[in-house]
Structures are given as structure tokens and as C-alpha cells.
Design a protein around this ligand. Sequence first.
Ligand code: ATR
Length: 295
Amino acid sequence: MTEARTTEAGPVLAGVVGWPVGHSKSPLIFAHWFAETGIAGSYTRLAVRPEDFEDVFRALPKAGFRGVNVTIPHKLAALERADEISPTARAIGAANTIIFKPGGQIFADNTDGYGFIENLREGAPAWNPAAGPTLVLGAGGAARAVIHALLEAGVPSIRLANRTRAKAEALAEHFGARVEPIDWAVRDGATGGAATIVNTTSLGMTGNPPLELSLDDAPATALVTDIVYTPLETPLLAAARSRGLATVDGLGMLLHQARPGFRAWFGADPAVTPALRRAVLEGPVPEGLRPEAKT
Ligand code: ATR
């Protein structure tokens, strides 16, 4: 049992620390779960500049916070300032879920890869990671969590294509022989025989160019997924669907990665439901993104 560490009774506190953080949809997820479970919790956006991160991070437990999610640009800083690091966070090299323990220790975990795999298992129950090689596009922060999770899930090998090849090579070096860096230019051919195809780049996101990837060589049994969820159906997923391939959109990764934090801080296992998806997709435009806030 975790004791609240404030002297005043009140809701249990958690939040998301980022800079900027106004775009974060996490408060919508937690608000939905508070309403659904009846738990008296509070989950807030905390906009913290990089130079203030350490001071604020250390002070949060004293202000009564049970834990926080951390997002860009603090995912590495949170890992470095934690007292205990989960093997997963260590392998990914970044933290996204922090637990402030009653004894004062700061525990850092990373649930992005968990969210990614849970989303695939929910969206494509027949998906078999061991069925064949995976093609991963992109070698940024998100790719690290995705690659770690795919390897843990038992994919036999990963073809890793990134515009900047050196970053794909660095990840191959980090994750070992099952990850093979390939040139960005040959990505179309790498869909041949791929059981799973994953976009982890920001291509296809609203406002960005689409990911150009021919699926002509992809097996009819391939599963195609995208971590981009704005729009929900990216051009890649639309192309996959029109070829009759199985697809899973990226929203569920965001929803599932939030579950371990909710469990740790509020003591209940929340569900990812169609109602939650609607709440997050249709929720109020976050503060700071409202047109009037810009003037
Ligand atoms: P995240 O943490 O979301 O993964 P990131 O670390 O900035 O964000 O990584 C973004 C990814 O999208 C990278 O793989 C990036 O490729 P580079 O490593 O070559 O920068 C990829 N990306 C972004 N814009 C791209 C573009 N126009 N063409 C190809 N890849 C792109």
C-alpha cells in the first residue's frame, strides 16, 4: 500500500512532464479512467524546461505525486536521475513511466514497447511475431522501444531502414545480431517475405509528407502497423488496407502504454475500450493548442 505523502487529504496526484506538453493526450486517457473506475485521482500536464527538470523531478514526490509520465525532451534525463531502473528502460535507453516509492526512491520504467505489443495483440489477435522477419522503418527514440519489444516478443530478425543509416547501424550495434541495418533506398524490396511491417518515423503524420513504401512485394499475410495516430489511418495503413493486408493503427499504443502507470499509481487495471478511443480522439483540444491561446 502506498501512503499519500501529503498531509492534506485530496486526490492522488500524477501527471505528465514535458516541454512542450500542451499537445499531450494523456490527461484525456486518465480522466476517462478516473470516471470509469471512480478513483479520486488527478493527472495534470507539467510544462518543465529542460534546465529545471532535475529540481522539479525531485520535488514532485514532496508535493504528493505518486508518479509521472515523462515525455520529450525528458525521457533520458528521467532515466539518468532515477535510483532504480527497470531492465526494459535500461535496454531502451529512456524512461516514460516514473514511480515515486514510499521510501523516497525514484523508479524508472519504459512502457512504450509494452504498449506497442499490447496494441498489436489486441488489434490483430492472430499476429505471430515468430512468423517471419520484421521490417522497421525509422531509428529514432520510438524505434528503440519498438525494436526492444519486437525482439522480446520473439521476432526472428529485424530489417531496419532509416534515412540516416548511421542511426540504424547504432541501433543494430545496441540490440545485436537479430537487427540488420539496411539502406533507406532499398526499403521497398525489404517488404518481401516480411511478416510484420512497422513505421516508427514521423512520416504520414498530419502536416508531414507520407511514408513512401511500396507494398507490392509484401506477403498477403503481412501485418502493417504505424505508430503515427494522427490521422488514425495513415497513407501507409490505407495502402495496406487496399491491398487486403491486416493493419493496426497507432492509437492503441498510446492507450496501452498508459496502463502500467495507472496500475502503479492508482491501484486498478484500466481497460482500453472503444469509449476510451473516442474520448481521446474527440476530447477537448488541449489548453495551449486553442487558437485563442496563441494570440
Ligand atoms: P521519435 O522519438 O518519435 O522516434 P525522432 O527520434 O526524431 O522521433 O525520430 C524520427 C524518425 O523519423 C527518424 O528515424 C527520422 O529519420 P532520421 O534518423 O534520418 O532523421 C525519421 N524521419 C523524419 N523525417 C523523415 C523524412 N522526411 N524522411 C525519412 N525519415 C524521416
